[in-house]
Design a protein around this ligand. Sequence first.
Ligand code: BGC
Length: 331
Amino acid sequence: MQRKRTVPFYVFTVFTSILVLILLFQLLMKTLLLPPSISEPNQELKDYHVVLISEEVDNDYWRLMEQGARELEKSTKLLVEYRGPQRSNLDEQMKIMDMAIAAQVDGIVVQALNEDEFTPLIDKAVNKGIPVITIDADAPKSKRSAYVGTDNYLSGWEAGKALAQDTNGQAVVGIITGSLTSSHMQQRVQGFKDATATYKGISIVAIEESNITRIEAEEKTNKILTEYEEITAFFGTSALDGLGIQAAIERFGKKDDIYIIAFDVLPQTIELLQAGEIHAVVAQEPFEMGKRGMELVLDVLQGKTVVEINYTRTNIIRKSDIQQELNGESR
Ligand code: BGC
């Protein structure tokens, strides 16, 4: 005999089915909307999405800059996205910036690798209401709000003076530069040339580019050493050049005869300075640049007036200065 189903029975069945459906729906949504990155849950708390665009994403120098930017991200309403080409490449770097403009991010902090190429792109962003801060390399004729980074001409000039002092004004110099076409590298080389021009005993006989890689710096040093036996000194203008120069000189068996002045205080460079295989280093402040860059873009976004040129510190470090420099780093 079939039992008669009561009204409460139907109510109960409908109610449980709805509940089960709601629970299933919630579970499904949770799975579909799972955050793609750990930073996402904070995104709701962040007011501004800012992109930091580097010359080379995994370069140690740029990772320090990213750390500085992240330091500020922790305590502010900024959400920092760090981007850059895998290998230094002007077109790719510009494409990344173009994509950031298309995505209508709130602000862009970018290295203007080449002033002329970047100026129209920076202006495009600003015309669309996206403030731009240049970092590490400037585009002074663009509509960027501010620049933060080294005074690149001065840093090259300081390197030239240091070399002159350490070699008693007697040197036949080869230069390895990150790039012959990047504006800030050209400024460093020009500063170096101007500072050494007054020393009769100093001549610059060769200049080659490393494309900011250690390997190419080594290859080009090899080339120069083969072509110019009389070389007594090298100047490396970007962060990994010193390492390449030192490796090539060692292979040539000229380690005790050639003076090296390099750029940037990355750990390996400090080790070589300590070992007396690199003689002087021009220290920049990438961490500080990243932090200041974010502070500046935040100020602009909040309608505050910013100082246009913000030079970070550069100084020459020799073996005797290492400890002091390391203490300074732990700021
Ligand atoms: C420069 C950066 C460059 C880096 C390459 C630094 O000295 O300031 O522009 O990307 O070297 O390693």
